[in-house]
Design a protein around this ligand. Structure first.
Ligand SMILES: NC(=O)c1ccc[n+]([C@@H]2O[C@H](COP(=O)([O-])OP(=O)(O)OC[C@H]3O[C@@H](n4cnc5c(N)ncnc54)[C@H](O)[C@@H]3O)[C@@H](O)[C@H]2O)c1
Length: 321
């Protein structure tokens, strides 16, 4: 099959490219290399089935032509990561909304349409506790905080995708990704696991934001892309909103301790208040616990990489052993 991955030089995008190439598919990828990098896709360069476009999705001129060739589109291109979102609120809301709008408008005018998977985020649940299932009412964040631009941009993507599906028949699947971790994730934009792994491997203090009692569930990107692959191939998933992640639930302090132990590190754990780390309107999300029932009803997936194994893999990778 032929697929298009937007944000294909990013963390999740490059892992999806790898998965599809390994299955013998033809992969088109577009990325403006803003938070992604050429390094992420260097191993696929020269592969006969891989076609990379260094372009912004908003203006990429080959987009209609490529959409006409492919069976699936994974729309992952977005501005994300707390540091970027807080520093660039205009780019976040404009780019995240308009890229999705452009895709949907072109697709709605085509006769034969590929399936479009839109990557949303668990951030749309806002600051809520308990198991988060897809039917939960959503809690909007105050727009006076710059942080809000990210979940609101993702909510716009969801509602546009579903509107184009219901009224114009564009076959759209919305996935709400929860924290994803693994190879090629950058620590530059505030992602916790790559940052802790780097600090532990270099025996530097591991900086926990706030008191470390925040809870998250982390999914290895290799599991994530397998799940996205299955969901996007399932016609029953069209028109649905589906959480994607792993429900192994852990506090950030426990995560730091686990990484320290696996890295055999002498790092001390230190604490920094959010006000010292984030500027421009950060909202604390205390816990984010995925309900995977709906996802599992579509994919019946057995996870292959538990958290400890992903961490061990990242530690080996960081230490080049
Ligand atoms: N990583 C996670 O834990 C997580 C959690 C929830 C949701 N998501 C969503 O998954 C998707 C992929 O995230 P990721 O972690 O791989 O992030 P990433 O930053 O590595 O990937 C995003 C990619 O999009 C590219 N990009 C941004 N704007 C673009 C534009 N206008 N045109 C072309 N390319 C553009 C970036 O250069 C980058 O390579 C995003 O939509 C994100 O919101 C990720």
């Amino acid at each position: 099959m032929d697929v298009l991955v937007t944000g294909g030089a990013g963390f999740i995008g490059s892992n999806l490219v790898e998965l599809h190439l390994s299955k013998g598919d033809t992969v088109y990828a577009v990325d403006n290399l803003s938070s992604g990098s050429a390094d992420n896709i260097s191993t696929f360069k020269g592969h006969k089935n891989f076609h990379f476009f260094n372009a912004d999705l908003l203006t990429w001129k080959e987009l209609p032509e490529v959409l006409a060739k492919v069976d699936r589109v994974y729309h992952l291109a977005a501005v994300l990561g707390m540091f970027l979102v807080l520093e660039h609120p205009v780019l976040t809301i404009e780019s995240n909304v308009k890229t999705t709008e452009r895709l949907l408008e072109i697709l709605s005018k085509m006769k034969k349409r590929p399936v479009l998977m839109i990557a949303s985020s668990s951030e749309v649940y806002g600051n809520q506790t308990g198991l988060l299932d897809e039917d939960r009412a959503l809690v909007l964040e105050s727009t006076t905080k710059n942080h809000a631009n990210y979940p609101i941009s993702k909510l716009c993507n969801e509602s546009m995708g579903l509107a184009f599906y219901h009224e114009l028949g564009v076959p759209t699947i919305i996935v709400r990704l929860f924290n994803t971790i693994g190879k090629r994730q950058s620590e530059r934009y505030g992602m916790v696991v790559p940052r802790f792994v780097k600090q532990a491997c270099e025996n530097q203090p591991i900086t926990i934001f706030d008191d470390g009692s925040q809870k998250r569930s982390f999914c290895d990107v290799r599991d994530t892309v397998n799940i996205l692959y299955s969901l996007t191939g399932n016609p029953r998933a069209i028109g649905e909103v589906i959480n994607v992640g792993n429900d192994e639930f852990i506090t950030i302090k426990e995560l730091a301790e686990k990484i320290k132990k696996i890295a055999n590190s002498s790092s001390e754990l230190t604490y920094a208040p959010y006000s010292e780390v984030y500027h421009g309107g950060y909202i604390d999300i205390h816990e984010r616990h995925i309900d995977t029932k709906k996802m599992q009803s579509y994919v019946h997936y057995e996870y292959q990489w538990p958290l400890a194994e992903t961490i061990a893999y990242l530690v080996r990778h960081h230490k080049h052993v």
